[in-house]
Design a protein around this ligand. Structure first.
Ligand code: ZN
Length: 132
């Protein structure tokens, strides 16, 4: 998939800049203190604007996992692959790939994982998790 700058969210630019350096950034509301991911400029909990940027340690617990066998076109060459939902220690949940074999054999719900970034199908850095 070709990158189309017009479809990107400028509010998320610090996220992408961090991802390019292997740093996971998220936002935290300055009013109600919840962690916000994906990054948004308005808190989904209280509506406060301009939450502050923060850096995650990138460690968390697998909340759910699934193995994709019929992938969308951009990911077709990577199938089968495993997608995880991970609860990060800072208090937000995010999706990422698994950097290894399908999850039935390598991770289960409740396992500890850490994030890393590799090139996604569109050339931008994509989050992947690996078992601790
Ligand atoms: Zn808030």
């Amino acid at each position: 998939m070709a990158e189309d700058k017009n479809t990107l969210d400028p509010d998320a630019d610090p996220y992408w800049e961090g991802a390019a350096k292997g740093v996971l950034r998220y936002r935290r509301c300055t009013n109600c203190s919840i962690a916000i991911f994906y990054p948004r400029s308005i808190c989904p909990n209280c509506g406060a604007t301009d939450p502050k940027w923060a850096v995650s340690e990138g460690a968390g617990v697998v909340y759910a996992c699934t193995t994709v066998h019929r992938a969308p076109p951009a990911f077709a060459e990577r199938a089968p692959y495993t997608v995880l939902l991970v609860d990060l220690d800072e208090g937000f949940r995010m999706m990422g790939g698994l950097l290894s074999e399908p999850c039935e054999t390598t991770v289960v719900v409740g396992d500890r994982v850490t994030v890393t970034f590799t090139d996604g199908p569109d050339g931008r850095p994509a989050p992947y998790f690996k078992p601790v």
